[in-house]
Design a protein around this ligand. Structure first.
Ligand SMILES: O=C(O)[C@H](O)[C@@H](O)[C@H](O)[C@H](O)COP(=O)(O)O
Length: 223
C-alpha cells in the first residue's frame, strides 16, 4: 500500500480528482466503456465536486457505488442521492449510473437483478473507497452478519449486509470485486482514522475489513 499525506483536505480533493481523471482517461484509451466505483458517506463529497467538472469522455463511463444503504433515494442517507447531487452533475452528468438500490423492503428481494446489471461491467477500472473509524470499508463492517462470506475469494459480486454499526440494511460489493479493480484508492480524513488504519495493518480482515483491500491500494489522507 502507498500512503500519501496532503497539507489539507482541499489539496487532497484536487489531487485525487486529477489522479482519478487521469486513470479514467487512460482506461478509456484502452476500452470502449469503463467502470468507476465510489463510496457514499461524507468524505468523498469534495472529491466529487472537483471531479464532476474535469474534461473526459464521461459518456463512456459507468459510475456505481461500492455499497448502498437500503433506503429510498429521497432519504438523506441515500448514497445514490449523494452521487446524483455531487458527482453526476456538470460534465459528469453524461456518465451512466448503474443501480445499487431498487425500491423494495429488503435488499434480498432485488439483489440478483442488480448483480446482473453489474456483472458485465467488471472488472472495475477505478475504485475509490472510504473507511470508518471502526475499520469498515464499503459495507464490510467488523461483526457484520455476512462478513466472512463477503471476504471469501469465491464471494458473489454483491451481498446484503447487516451490522450493529449500520442503522439500516446494506448492499455491498464483496472483497474480490473490490480487489479486482485495476486501480484502488482509499480516502480518509482525520487523526482518528489514520490511527485506525495503522491498527488495521496489524489485524486480520475479519477484525479490520479495510485490511482486505489494502494490498496495492493508494491511501490518501489529510487532517
Ligand atoms: O455508505 C457508506 O457509509 C460508505 O460507503 C462507507 O463505507 C463509508 O465510506 C465509510 O463509512 C466512511 O464514511 P464517512 O466518509 O462518512 O466517514
Amino acid at each position: 500500500m502507498e500512503f500519501i499525506s496532503y497539507p489539507d483536505r482541499e489539496a487532497l480533493a484536487i489531487n485525487l480528482a486529477n489522479k482519478i481523471a487521469g486513470e479514467l482517461r487512460s482506461a478509456l484509451s484502452q476500452a470502449e466503456r469503463v467502470t468507476f466505483a465510489v463510496p457514499g458517506g461524507t468524505s468523498p463529497g469534495p472529491v466529487f465536486d472537483d471531479l464532476c467538472s474535469v474534461q473526459l469522455d464521461w459518456s463512456r463511463v459507468d459510475v456505481m457505488l461500492t455499497d448502498e444503504r437500503w433506503v429510498p433515494e429521497d432519504s438523506e442517507r441515500s448514497n445514490t442521492r449523494l452521487l446524483r447531487e455531487r458527482l453526476l452533475v456538470e460534465k459528469a452528468a453524461d456518465a451512466r449510473l448503474l443501480p445499487m438500490y431498487m425500491p423494495c423492503q429488503t435488499p434480498e428481494e432485488r439483489l440478483d437483478e442488480i448483480a446482473e446489471i453489474i456483472a458485465p461491467e467488471l472488472p472495475l477500472s477505478v475504485v475509490l473507497l472510504g473507511m470508518g473509524a471502526d475499520m469498515h470499508t464499503a459495507s464490510l463492517f467488523p461483526g457484520a452478519d455476512r462478513l466472512e462470506d463477503a471476504l471469501d475469494k469465491r464471494a458473489p459480486i454483491l451481498m446484503p449486509m447487516r451490522a450493529e454499526g449500520a442503522p439500516e440494511p446494506r448492499v455491498t460489493l464483496t472483497a474480490p470485486v473490490l480487489n479486482g479493480a485495476l486501480s484502488k484508492h482509499i480516502l480518509i480524513f482525520g487523526q482518528e482514522k489514520r490511527e485506525a488504519l495503522e491498527r488495521a495493518r496489524g489485524l486480520s480482515p475479519s477484525e479490520a475489513p479495510i485490511k482486505a483491500v489494502l494490498g496495492g491500494a493508494t491511501v490518501h489522507w489529510a487532517e
